[in-house]
Design a protein around this ligand. Structure first.
Ligand code: ZN
Ligand code: ZN
Length: 305
């Protein structure tokens, strides 16, 4: 994953000269490694189940799926893996960190050490050679190609731990990273036994597929479509409809400009569901040390200039 065809220095110089260099390094290396057949099979299975769900609608299935979506993508990914575990933008008791991380595994987006390491690489080299999922390597690549091709090192905990030493020192995170599929497998068995095939197709297949595409859209669409408030060195954008379905993660240009801010939607009209919950947790003393960027509009104008 570290080898590059164009070094970061060469790339920076080419940018100064006004040339556009493709960051095809990681994409090319992964394509040479070939399709990850197991991942492809699981994703194909889930997509078939998601389509089947549409023919077995019930309000109960929809309600259960929505609840699990909020728990897995809202608490697990947005508030957990992303704002808490990766960026440490606020603090909660360790037991609650573990709860959020366990919710994160219910998305089938991998364990906490894999997710955090991949996302920290993304911030370190956003849209530069070495970014695991930049649209400069192709829109499809940045959306789901990067997870389908190559060895994405899901379970190479020792290698990934270098990027997430703060997590790797906790045995629970190491265990959860190696066995990230266990909680969702137990949940799937429970859902199947309780609600049958229709509930399984809704609460597992459709809910997981929708969650995956939402998270992937933050990597692909919000690096292509939307407005830019801050003149960051990457292509990140603010996208309102992705913000709605991702609990506020769509304010991605704000986030790249201020990665450690727990608040991503910076104005009243930038709806950020995760921020509202973090604020509520702070009010009851559950969240502490909450980092928030200044929303001073003059500062915003200056940075955009
Ligand atoms: Zn990004
Ligand atoms: Zn981030």
């Amino acid at each position: 994953m570290n080898a590059t065809l164009v070094s970061v220095e060469e790339y920076s110089q080419s940018q100064v000269r006004g040339e556009r260099v493709k960051t095809e390094s990681i994409a090319e290396i992964c394509r040479r490694q070939g399709l990850n057949k197991f991942t492809a099979f699981v994703l194909a299975f889930l997509h078939v189940g998601a389509v089947a769900a549409l023919f077995m609608f019930s309000w109960k299935s929809l309600a259960v799926s929505f609840l699990l979506y909020c728990i897995s993508i809202g608490l697990g990914i947005s508030m957990g893996y992303h704002r808490l575990h990766t960026h440490r933008s606020y603090k909660v008791p360790l037991w609650l960190e573990y709860v959020f991380a366990t919710c994160g595994t219910l998305t089938l987006e991998g364990g906490p050490i894999f997710w955090v390491a991949t996302h920290r690489m993304h911030h370190q080299l956003s849209d530069l050679p070495g970014d695991p999922h930049s649209p400069r390597d192709g829109a499809f690549w940045s959306h789901m190609g990067w997870i389908l091709w190559g060895d994405s090192n899901h379970r190479n905990t020792r290698m990934l731990a270098k990027y997430a030493p703060d997590l790797a020192k906790h045995p629970y995170y190491v265990w959860l990273n190696n066995w990230h599929w266990v909680p969702i497998t137990v949940l799937s068995a429970g859902i199947l036994a309780w609600g049958g095939i229709a509930m399984f197709c809704w609460a597992i297949c459709l809910r997981v597929v929708f969650g995956l595409h939402t998270t992937w859209a933050v990597n692909s669409a919000t690096h292509m479509w939307g407005s830019r408030r801050f003149n960051t060195r990457d292509d990140s954008r603010n996208n309102w409809w992705i913000a709605i379905i991702s609990f506020g993660e769509g304010w991605h240009n704000n986030h790249h400009a201020h990665p450690t801010s727990a608040r991503h939607g910076l104005t009243w009209y930038e709806f950020d569901a995760s921020w509202l919950l973090i604020k509520a947790m702070k009010a009851v003393g559950l969240a502490k040390g909450v980092k928030v960027v200044s929303v001073d509009s003059r500062l915003v104008e200056r940075e955009a200039a």
